[in-house]
Design a protein around this ligand. Structure first.
Ligand code: V1S
Ligand code: CA
Ligand code: ZN
Length: 393
């Protein structure tokens, strides 16, 4: 008896495709689709499936992908074959087109299916929201924010978020996109650069020379010209290594409440990339499961239709913890789940510590040095507040 109950009059839907989780980017590649299996098994072990509507999502069709992507790109993506000998990390000159086939975006068996399944989950989630059948729809297999109209980038081939937001825009006047992945949400930002119906906000580690993708400076706010209604509708929150839960939540709450006040979104799409957690293989922050989850809680409190997407996350045990906690927040049972992982959790030994909320010391030994002085955080808040003077609902 888990004590997890279905919230009355409140619908959470969970969209996944177990086939997606079986794909492999290659042994040395940080992106492990198996993290989705680990996450789902922890969510189910806590008994949360009984409190949600669970759907096996379909693969998106070619036409649905073409809503955003160019047909040239899709046709190529549909025909490329895995390389017989994987490229090494040094070989960064893919002679293939559309940035396909380098070490970041390798060609692997079933690539097109993997991409269409990720987009299918996101699109199913969006349609549940649009049909008013879900208050919160979850697609942990989505969130691939770097993909461009005709280009793969940073482990992302198809931008399921853009496709889902385009669907939301058929039903809602304005959509707020928020991205807490440690990387800049460049693909989503660029896709909506010229509309005032989508406001994009990304929190990320920013170092133009040493951290992927190198974009997302504080004053990159969308092309500013008289004819562009999308000017000022891209918000960027560039951060340094080691940011803590307290600092991140202060920034998140301050910035998002001001944006909601000014932009008055009719729906929220939240990318929950878990590489912003402490101890991530690629990330640099000191966030804990609690701080990451607090962003989801804050968005839920806005009382707007909400989609939760996955995204990055390269230490699978921490990804599973975060997305489990965030699923519990969506359902509203976060106070009822125990810190000790359920005894019968599959792969329980993968989690190292047997708790949902390990301490920073347990995760890292020594926390990463915090390079975010309070003055810099205040400057960011001030810049965003100034920027919002140009935004009207
Ligand atoms: N950081 C990082 C990183 N690591 C890798 C990588 C490592 C081993 C491999 F076998 C293959 C790739 N690539 C990168 C980054 C891309 C990060 C993408 C994040 C995606 C997301 O979490 O935001 C959303 C799912 N790429 C680079 O830094 C580019 C390089 C410039 C340097 C590293 N080498 C490996 C590729 C070229
Ligand atoms: Ca981000
Ligand atoms: Zn990332």
């Amino acid at each position: 008896e888990s004590g997890i109950t279905r919230p009355k009059g409140y619908n959470v839907s969970f969209h996944c495709n177990p086939e997606m989780e079986k794909h492999h980017f290659g042994v040395t590649h940080p992106m492990k689709p198996w993290r989705l299996t680990l996450s789902k098994s922890l969510i189910y072990s806590y008994g949360m499936s009984f409190a949600m509507n669970n759907y096996v999502s379909r693969a998106a069709t070619y036409e649905e992908l073409a809503d955003f992507h160019s047909t040239d790109y899709l046709d190529f993506l549909g025909t490329v074959l895995p390389e017989p000998v994987p490229r090494d990390v040094e070989n960064q000159n893919p002679d293939l087109r559309f940035n396909l086939g380098g070490s970041d975006c390798p060609l692997f068996e079933g690539l097109y299916d993997y991409c269409s399944m990720s987009a299918g989950s996101a699109l199913d989630a969006a349609r549940k929201i649009c049909a008013n059948q879900s208050d919160i729809a979850i697609a942990w297999g989505g969130g691939l924010h770097h993909a461009k109209k005709a280009e793969a980038s940073g482990f992302c081939y198809i931008n399921d978020i853009v496709i889902a937001i385009l669907e939301l825009l058929r039903h809602y006047p304005r959509v707020l996109y928020i991205d807490i992945d440690v990387h800049h949400g460049d693909g989503v930002e660029e896709a909506f650069f010229s509309t005032d119906r989508v406001m994009t906000v990304s929190f990320h580690k920013y170092d133009p020379n040493n951290f992927f993708p190198g974009t997302g400076a504080l004053d990159d706010n969308g092309p500013k010209n008289e004819q562009n209604p999308g000017a000022h509708h891209a918000v960027n929150v560039p951060l340094n290594d080691g940011i803590t839960d307290e600092q991140y939540d202060m920034l998140f709450n301050t910035i998002i409440s001001r944006i909601v006040e000014k932009f008055r979104p009719s729906a929220i799409a939240l990318q929950c990339g878990a590489d912003s957690l402490a101890g991530d293989r690629l990330g640099r922050f000191n966030l804990q499961v609690q701080g990451h989850g607090a962003c989801v809680e804050f968005c839920k409190r806005m009382n707007l239709p909400l989609i939760l997407f996955g995204g990055g996350g390269y230490t699978p045990r921490n990804v599973a913890r975060a997305w489990t906690y965030e699923t519990s927040i969506a359902i509203g049972c976060q106070d009822k789940i125990s810190d000790v992982l359920p005894q019968h959790t599959p792969w329980r030994d993968q989690f190292r510590q047997e708790t949902l909320f390990p301490t920073l010391e347990q995760i890292l030994g020594e926390p990463r040095q915090n390079k975010n002085p309070p003055k810099r955080l205040q400057d960011i808040v001030n810049h965003v507040s100034e920027q919002l003077r140009f935004v009207q609902a």
